[in-house]
Design a protein around this ligand. Structure first.
Ligand code: SF4
Length: 107
């Protein structure tokens, strides 16, 4: 029987490529006080604090990012309040995606 291995802090979770940008996602903790309580989790970059853009000026966002003022949920009955749940999040299969909102593009 296959035994699941528990990831260790620093292990590579996934590499996500968006256009010419590469995001190496490692296991770790968002908060120092999580360290003794839970197993390491994939830690995604804070693209709200440190924005990244495509060559055309579209923002690159994480699915778990706090939504902006242009957020429109895919399903208004079950709004989840994450970018990944917004109609402008272009690739629902990825944990990081291009935001297609024209209001959010660089000038
Ligand atoms: S418009 Fe873009 S940045 Fe704003 S909530 Fe939707 S996906 Fe996120």
């Amino acid at each position: 029987m296959h035994k699941a291995t528990i990831p260790r802090e620093g292990d590579l979770y996934k590499v996500i490529n968006i256009e010419n940008k590469t995001f190496n996602i490692h296991y770790g903790y968002y908060e120092e006080n999580e360290r003794d309580k839970v197993e390491p989790l994939p830690v995604f970059p804070d693209l709200k604090k440190n924005p990244a853009y495509t060559a055309d000026g579209n923002p690159i966002v994480t699915a778990i990012q706090e939504p902006c003022e242009y957020y429109i949920p895919l399903n208004k009955e079950r709004s989840e309040e994450w970018c990944g749940d917004c109609i402008s999040y272009l690739d629902a299969d990825k944990e990081i995606s291009i935001c297609g909102c024209t209001e959010r593009m660089l000038e």
